[in-house]
Design a protein around this ligand. Sequence first.
Ligand SMILES: Cc1cc2nc3c(=O)[nH]c(=O)nc-3n(C[C@H](O)[C@H](O)[C@H](O)COP(=O)(O)O)c2cc1C
Length: 198
Amino acid sequence: MKNIFVVVGGGRPKGNTMQLVEAFIKGAEEAGHSVEKVSLLKTEVKGCLGCNACRYDKPCIQKDGFNELIPKIKKADLIVFASPLYFWTISSKLKAFIERFYCIAQEDPNPPMGRYEKYPVKDSALLMTSADNFFWTFEQAVSYYQFALVNYIGFHDKGMLLAGGCGDTNGKPQIDQTEHLKKAYEFGKTIYSNSIIQ
Ligand SMILES: Cc1cc2nc3c(=O)[nH]c(=O)nc-3n(C[C@H](O)[C@H](O)[C@H](O)COP(=O)(O)O)c2cc1C
């Protein structure tokens, strides 16, 4: 059984994204996995300042919630990145969280081409919601996930659930009128028993 760490990059507290996350967690827990969830609405994580203190064995100069998340990142077998689609990509809160991986990178004397340091090797998944539901709606978010998280940091992708057509934020969340919650539950339940990308 796996340790799963779900990072929710904002969205409304009971909105589409949180409902998608909760359905995924229900499935994962029923499959016997241990799940911990953090909302970046409650735990503030600021973006990297590029001061490079961390490259000289100094702690990160940002004083925020990231420090308390480091043990959770290290313990996790799987990190689930969850976000509403904001301006065609992940939320700034989730991006800030990802930027802070810079301070947990380790020196790699022999990095593969295009990578400069080592990161903890983990599985990953992406859960997102949006108002629109075109074939290109999630293109930039998926491109960032695949390029930065999978290709660069080195996560092993376990799949994505891209929940389009959930309605805009000028009204009640509408994800319960779609099939996405059922799919998220199944995704959580089967994430370590098959490798179908959803
Ligand atoms: C600042 C902002 C930007 C958004 N940008 C997009 C967008 O680019 N494309 C889209 O389809 N929906 C966009 N939306 C709609 C949300 O992605 C969608 O309503 C989402 O399900 C909201 O998640 P929540 O209910 O968890 O808050 C945007 C909403 C906000 C508030």
